[in-house]
Design a protein around this ligand. Sequence first.
Ligand SMILES: [Zn+2]
Ligand SMILES: [Zn+2]
Length: 368
Amino acid sequence: MVYQTNTAAVLYQVRDLRMEERPIETPGSGEVLINIRATGICGSDLHYYLDGTMGPLKLDPRSPMILGHESSGIVTQLGPGVTGLEIGDRVAIEPGRACQECRYCKEQGGQLYNLCPKMKFLGSLRQGPNDGSLRRYACFPAYLCHKIPGSMSFEDGALIEPLAVAVHAVNRTHVKQGSVVAVFGAGPVGLMTAAAAYAQGASQCLILDINPSRLEFAKKYLPAVQTMAMPKVSSTLEEDEAQQQSANIQKAFPKFQDVDVVFECTGVETCVNIAMYLTRPGGAVMLIGIGKRATVMPIDIIVSRQINILGNFRYANTYAKAIELVKDGKIPLDGLVTHRFALEDTLQAFELAMKNSEGVIKIQIGDF
Ligand SMILES: [Zn+2]
Ligand SMILES: [Zn+2]
């Protein structure tokens, strides 16, 4: 379908998201115009919607911002000098534009460009506001548009963004053939992290969450996983609670006495602590979720067991690999998108996302 208008979801301030018509841009040098077909709602979009802020920056209603960064679409126009893409190509859009000049962009073969301080990321206030991809048409640099195979749906194409986070995080650990891993949090990133760990060779994976319906979903999504419902843990740490919880987990699942890597996707202080106890000596805890800044941790355990604590921020050079893993059937995405809305119904989609209802994993918006 060819549209003459460009509907966009523009956030002015807290809970003031307006559907507006914007002009359709003409692609500049090295850019392509994309008809965006699917965009997932992510925690950060919701954060902006509910708080008008992420970190220290606050949205100014005088310069409103289009939300969205998990997108796929179809190339509809080529700007001058574009090679490697053609009109009609289906693409997953990598949302971060790094400066390509700083040390993070240049050193180690550009493997650290996710840390570029001048990164302009779609739907983010940092170095912005940078208008996001919750709109029908937008121009992007061609090098950030990664071709997806014809067999891949636009839904799956838009899931490549959160999947890239998972693949990057797993890649940066020593997960290998036969590894035993645990994942805290059965939301989209936790589930895809478990899938990426299997793809990298893990033989045992335990997913923990407080929400039993999410665990049921995890079981359907990855039939090999073990799941465990956590008792509702306190968001701040109680003395010895984490140690006790870790012991309970290992009692219930003896195969998880020697967990090589724990992926922490919740940011909840108690979970971070359980992760430190659950990891075997010499193992690693990969922190993906972000909770409160000052999180208490058992330093004696971390030091005496030589636990490697890693952080993960987004991804670098991961899209092609993530697309390949899906294409080759090594990572499933089936069922992760549980709710779909038309672009015009973006507000309803955000209202649903806010409710945190049972059965919601990923909400997407678009023309599927
Ligand atoms: Zn996201
Ligand atoms: Zn840079």
